[in-house]
Write a protein that binds this ligand. Structure first.
Ligand SMILES: Nc1ncnc2c1ncn2[C@@H]1O[C@H](COP(=O)(O)OP(=O)(O)OP(=O)(O)O)[C@@H](O)[C@H]1O
Ligand SMILES: [Mg+2]
Length: 285
């Protein structure tokens, strides 16, 4: 059984966090190797990993994803989850989401207080701007410079102290969690590839309330996509705390999330490998 881990040209062997996966997969009889997306290489299963240049090549990426015979996550996930407008769908399905408006260049009805303007299609914090209360000129200039649809959200001030908590699900079941420090701070720096802001990560034990919201978010996404929960080989649910402390969804990443293997127990890659075996078995059945 041959599996490809799809990445981008500037990270031909991934970003390092997934290094453990090749060995974990080999241990359960799956030969996995890295492949730059769009290269035309075929396999029994192609797993989307660090394909982080797709925001600049979105149509090409979506076409490629649709052309891959067996993709994880399933190809139907890609057009929906590569556009953060999906947050509006999840809010409509009852998931507690950071209040989100989708706007286009020319928008001027900015909210009160501190807020964030970030591209609807984006990764690695690229193009995300934290706007001081009332600095509408900066917000408009940024939106015009982006030149694409964007999300406007109130800045969740709890992130400065607490960061966000990412809950990772493998094969539809909770696996582990990690925290990520605030990204939109003056200290933020891009890594040498320029594809992502350097992240400050640590293992985490999520609360029951966080786990419940994450479970609900996954169920809602599966329902909206007409999938079963275990059709998701992996999922990462990023939560922040609202002012009242209740968890709010910041992102539900089903396409190319870092899964925090360096921040968790040594068994997580084995769970990933087993979920891959399950995906391959479902395919054969
Ligand atoms: N509404 C918000 N309130 C507080 N912080 C925010 C908000 N939106 C974004 N951020 C900060 O900006 C970072 C990047 O935003 P977000 O996760 O939505 O986009 P992204 O580019 O897809 O990121 P990544 O792919 O790295 O997860 C977050 O990790 C968080 O630190
Ligand atoms: Mg994020």
């Amino acid at each position: 059984m041959k599996v490809l881990l799809a990445t981008c040209a500037s990270l031909p062997s991934g970003d390092g966090d997934d290094d453990v996966l090749i060995d974990a997969l080999a241990e359960v009889g799956v030969a996995a190797s890295w492949s730059v997306w769009g290269s035309g290489e075929s396999a029994d299963l192609v797993i989307l990993r660090s394909t982080w240049d797709y925001p600049e090549r979105l149509a090409e990426f979506r076409d490629w994803a649709a052309s891959v015979p067996v993709l994880a996550n399933p190809a139907v996930v890609v057009p929906w989850n590569t556009d953060k407008s999906y947050l509006v769908d999840l809010a409509g399905a009852g998931v507690p989401v950071v209040p989100t408006s989708v706007v286009t260049p020319g928008f001027a009805d900015w909210p009160d207080g501190e807020f964030v303007v970030k591209p609807a299609v984006g990764a690695g914090s690229r193009g995300a701007l934290r706007v001081a209360a009332g600095d509408f000129g900066a917000a408009s200039a940024h939106l015009d410079a982006l030149g694409v649809p964007a999300l406007v959200q109130p800045y969740q001030a709890t992130v400065d102290a607490l960061g966000e908590t990412a809950l990772v699900f493998l094969g539809g079941q909770y696996s582990h969690a990690f925290t990520k420090g605030a990204m939109l701070t003056p200290e933020a720096e891009y890594d040498e590839s320029g594809l992502f802001i350097v992240e400050r990560l640590a293992g985490a034990s999520p609360s029951g309330a966080q786990r419940r919201v994450a479970e609900d978010a996954l169920d809602a996404a599966a329902g909206l996509l007409g999938l079963r929960r275990n059709d998701f080989l992996y999922a990462r649910v990023d939560l922040v705390s609202g002012v009242d402390g209740a968890p709010l969804l910041l992102e539900l990443e089903l396409v190319e999330p870092s899964l925090g293997f360096r921040q968790t127990d040594a068994s997580a890659p084995l769970r990933f490998a087993s979920a891959v075996r399950a995906a391959l078995s479902a395919r054969v059945a």
